[in-house]
Write a protein that binds this ligand. Structure first.
Ligand code: NI
Length: 133
């Protein structure tokens, strides 16, 4: 079994804020992230599969890149994450975002299986999901 990773980037704004909390509680839980701000996100999508004997690829990485750009990046890049369909009703934490990206991609990879989605929100913070409940 082989594991292939494609990295893509997007920039987006968000605010960590729960309407049912008071301003004080929002600031207490989300600190400065309760204010409007943006990130240059990096998403790493890893798929697993076997080598196709004809192509000698598991998956053409150009194909994987196109799938990520069409299904994920086009919906997130230069968007306000609190308003997007993919995160409807959810607070746009990296945790919720990585779950939404997983759900969008999981049935769209031909000839390989989605193994993990890793989302870097900053240089120091990232979250990874491998489909486990
Ligand atoms: Ni943030």
């Amino acid at each position: 079994m082989l594991y292939l990773t494609r990295r893509e980037k997007f920039s987006a704004a968000h605010r960590l804020w729960k309407d049912s909390f008071s301003q004080e509680k929002n600031e207490d839980i989300y600190c400065e992230c309760s204010n409007f701000h943006g990130h240059n996100y990096v998403v790493e999508v890893t798929v697993k599969g076997k080598i196709n004997p004809e192509s000698n690829f598991v998956i053409n990485l150009k194909t994987l890149s196109r799938i990520i750009r069409e299904n994920i990046i086009s919906n997130l890049d230069h968007k306000f994450l609190n308003d997007i369909e993919m995160l409807k009703g959810k607070i746009p934490t990296s945790e919720n975002l990585v779950l939404a990206i997983w759900d969008e991609l999981k049935d769209k990879i031909p000839d390989a299986e989605l193994f993990s989605v890793k989302l870097h929100e900053t240089e120091n913070n990232c979250v990874e999901y491998k489909g486990e409940k």
